[in-house]
Write a protein that binds this ligand. Structure first.
Ligand SMILES: Cc1cc2nc3c(=O)[nH]c(=O)nc-3n(C[C@H](O)[C@H](O)[C@H](O)COP(=O)(O)OP(=O)(O)OC[C@H]3O[C@@H](n4cnc5c(N)ncnc54)[C@H](O)[C@@H]3O)c2cc1C
Length: 374
């Protein structure tokens, strides 16, 4: 009997949405199955910074590629997605951090990412509400921000316009050997099964090397123009790299609504989604150290989300030892940025095409995986 679908995409976060969009564009018969709502998982909790990051050459390649795909798609994005090319300012507090600014400047130049080094004066002009003095910053003008849940909805709707089906409120209990079993007792057969389940991936595939990494965010009332760029302290990189301790870093994003999104924290081993008030307090304290005036603004909501972290900080994209099972998960703090490139690499892998960037660093086979559980 022929399978009902060419691909079942499990999870309608930004990664699953992008995969469904890409596979449907390729003319495949696609169904997206989501236990909750579109874009409701980590995608709803994320900041929406579309950022080139250089933790490793593979991370740089993936983020840069994906950013170029977002840029190409941006004219088609509805205004609800709030796509804004506001640029990032990587802020150096002192001369020691200016060394990192210059290192990043040279590295980005070698990868053809335009950047600009700002001295203390130029930084104060660019962002008058930052504390003074600060040593300077690296401006990355091509970085952008968007509103992730609406971006996921847009990609799902676009996939549906290409003929994809969407099943909401259904949990997949198993997905292997070309068959998914749903919690309502039905099953679907499909040539390919794409696990885009984010931090929930290990409930279906317990051997995946994925750990939850909790994050907190806060949003303010509307203060248009208070900041103009995504502002990130260079110390953010240290905090993002720490794998043992809880950490916070100054990371503020201007929203098109005039609101400010304040981040960010990272915690391993936290399973509970409740707000941790000590983390929140140190996050806001850090923010006030860089933007003293923010202490006078009203915050309206705080929330948490779970990133899906892998040991080498790269996602798992591509085939597994079950020839029907493909992975698109483990994107940690970069899944909004890298969703479109993930979907392209995944489609290339399924269709056995050469990709625009080498897929090897992201292949699940770099870890010893046992995906089939009979
Ligand atoms: C505080 C915070 C800030 C962040 N900031 C940024 C940022 O600025 N830029 C950036 O690029 N990234 C950021 N991220 C990371 C980004 O949010 C994630 O990498 C991204 O949203 C992951 O998308 P996803 O589709 O893989 O997972 P999710 O959005 O979690 O989607 C997975 C979906 O799968 C569904 N699912 C799981 N299991 C099943 C099942 N068995 N059956 C059916 N459905 C299932 C879930 O319900 C969920 O909807 C941030 C994350 C956090 C927490």
């Amino acid at each position: 009997m022929n399978p009902t679908y060419d691909a079942v995409v499990i999870g309608a976060g930004i990664v699953g949405a992008a995969c469904a969009y890409e596979l449907a564009r390729e003319g495949m018969r696609v169904v997206i199955v989501e236990r909750d709502i579109v874009g409701g998982g980590a995608t709803a909790a994320g900041m929406g910074h579309i950022v080139v990051m250089d933790d490793s050459p593979a991370q740089l390649a993936l983020t840069q590629y994906s950013q170029s795909l977002w840029n190409s798609l941006s004219p088609a994005l509805p205004s609800s997605i709030e796509y804004d090319c506001c640029g990032t300012l990587w802020i150096a507090a002192d001369e020691a951090e200016m060394i990192e600014v210059r290192r990043k400047h040279a590295l980005y130049a070698s990868a053809n990412v335009p950047t600009q080094v700002l001295d203390s004066h130029a930084l104060a002009e660019a962002e008058p509400n930052l504390r003074k003095p600060l040593a300077g910053a690296l401006l990355v003008p091509s970085d952008a921000v968007l509103y992730p849940p609406c971006a996921a909805s847009f990609l799902i709707t676009s996939a549906q316009q290409q003929g994809a089906d969407l099943m909401l409120g259904k949990t997949i209990l198993s997905a292997e050997h070309g068959k998914v079993q749903l919690n309502d007792g039905t099953s679907i057969s499909s040539a390919y099964l794409v696990h885009a389940t984010g931090a929930g991936a290990t409930s279906l595939l317990p051997d995946l090397p994925i750990k939850k990494r909790k994050g907190h965010l806060v949003i303010t009332d509307r203060y248009p123009g208070f900041v103009r760029h995504q502002l990130v302290e260079l110390g953010y990189l240290k905090s993002a790299h720490s794998v043992i301790s809880d950490s916070v870093a100054f990371n503020v994003q201007p929203r098109r609504t005039g609101q400010l999104l304040i981040g960010s924290s990272r915690q391993y081993g936290a399973e509970d989604s409740a707000i941790d008030h000590s983390i929140l307090e140190s996050m806001l304290k850090r923010t006030c150290e860089y933007l003293p005036g923010i202490a006078n603004l009203s915050t309206i909501r705080a929330w948490t989300g779970f990133r899906a972290a892998t040991p080498d900080k790269l996602p798992l994209i591509g085939p597994t030892d079950d020839p029907t099972v493909f992975l698109a998960t483990g994107h940690e703090g970069l899944g909004i940025t890298t969703s479109l490139a993930t979907a392209r690499l995944l489609a290339d892998s399924i269709l056995k095409r050469t990709s625009a960037i080498p897929i090897d660093p992201y292949l699940p086979a770099r870890f010893a995986l046992e995906t089939a559980h009979a």
